[in-house]
Design a protein around this ligand. Sequence first.
Ligand SMILES: Cc1cc2nc3c(=O)[nH]c(=O)nc-3n(C[C@H](O)[C@H](O)[C@H](O)COP(=O)(O)OP(=O)(O)OC[C@H]3O[C@@H](n4cnc5c(N)ncnc54)[C@H](O)[C@@H]3O)c2cc1C
Length: 384
Amino acid sequence: MQYDFLVVGAGISGTAAAYELALHGSVLLVEAETATGYHATGRSAALFTPHQGTPLVQAVNRVSAAFFANPPDGFVEQPLLSPRGSLTIAEPGQEDQLQALLALSAPGREVHEVSAAAALTMAPLLRPERIGSAVHEPGVADIDVDALHQGYLRGFRQRGGTLVNGQRITALDRVGELWKAQTPDATFQARIIVNAAGAWADHVAVLAGVAPIGIVPKRRTAIIVDSKPDINTRAMPVVDFTSTEAYFKPEGGRVMASLGDEDPVEAQDIRPDEWEIAVLADWLQSETLLTIRRIEHSWAGLRSFVVDDSPVLGFDDAVPDFFWLAAQGGYGIMMAPALGRVAAELLLSDNWLDDLAHQGITAKDMGVSRLIRGHQPAVKSRDT
Ligand SMILES: Cc1cc2nc3c(=O)[nH]c(=O)nc-3n(C[C@H](O)[C@H](O)[C@H](O)COP(=O)(O)OP(=O)(O)OC[C@H]3O[C@@H](n4cnc5c(N)ncnc54)[C@H](O)[C@@H]3O)c2cc1C
């Protein structure tokens, strides 16, 4: 069968785009693993953090926020976001380092200074002597990643989309006006390739004879440990520090932590490094009242970046009908609703900048000049 769109990768990025596209054309979503969400999507910290990332990332997340608050009818039964809040701690003597974060405060995305005593009430695991001053950001939320991903997959199927998993694309050839995609077991034909292969996005590009964009997968390690039995951590915010990229947060009655490490590696099914785990456990004990006797769970995932840490989406400049949806870095879950829609608009029509302007997002805010923009869309929307 011949499809309008073949989306490579059923992580959150590819699935969100496939869901949006399935309203307008025939879509095949191809995933190498037997389980969707096996790589970065299933290994995140599941946070919505409106003030993190480049200006482009923050602008994209303002658009995503509307979807999270008000998903389409029937998309999901439970809320996609639940309030978590974040607390950023400056050590004594480093109080001025909170100014940049305070300056980001905006209506609906407030950031407040709180006293050390209030910070301790919110996060009683902290060591009092380590708190110089603190900032609270109530808009940070937990994302129900599984509900979001399953909502997209369910809606995709309801819209007539086809998911094939356990099939890695191993060859992409242009035959006339079509792409021929091969896996070890099958051959598919499509008019447009959407490259949402996460850490493997450059590998997929090379298969198609497209120049890589310099994706660098970076490993991040995380652990889950028991909390202190006498402290209820369920309502605790995420705790960040101005002096380090490390953070911790509650996770189902336990505590999840990461050093915020960013080690460049090859694309792979990444495993946590024992040394990183030991350093992380040591850091967590030094910043909190926890005594760690056992690591309950540890994992590592890949956050994939290009040089300016902003996502890349749009048609390739040189090779026709090859569309990039890559480099979501550490923000791909929260950006997925907006990027899925923008990707569909770019693939279907040329009026997306106007649409975004109507939502209060200007091209400048979106950093549009850096998006790769190519030729006119090859597939016209059925309803426009
Ligand atoms: C520790 C950690 C914490 C994070 N915390 C957050 C957070 O709090 N909030 C947030 O928003 N983001 C967070 N992220 C980032 C987020 O997880 C990623 O940005 C997002 O999951 C990327 O999704 P993706 O679909 O692009 O990639 P992936 O989920 O990796 O999906 C890509 C898919 O493509 C498939 N694929 C690759 N090559 C082929 C091929 N040739 N044929 C077929 N399929 C192929 C892969 O098997 C994979 O399933 C975190 C990441 C990590 C690792």
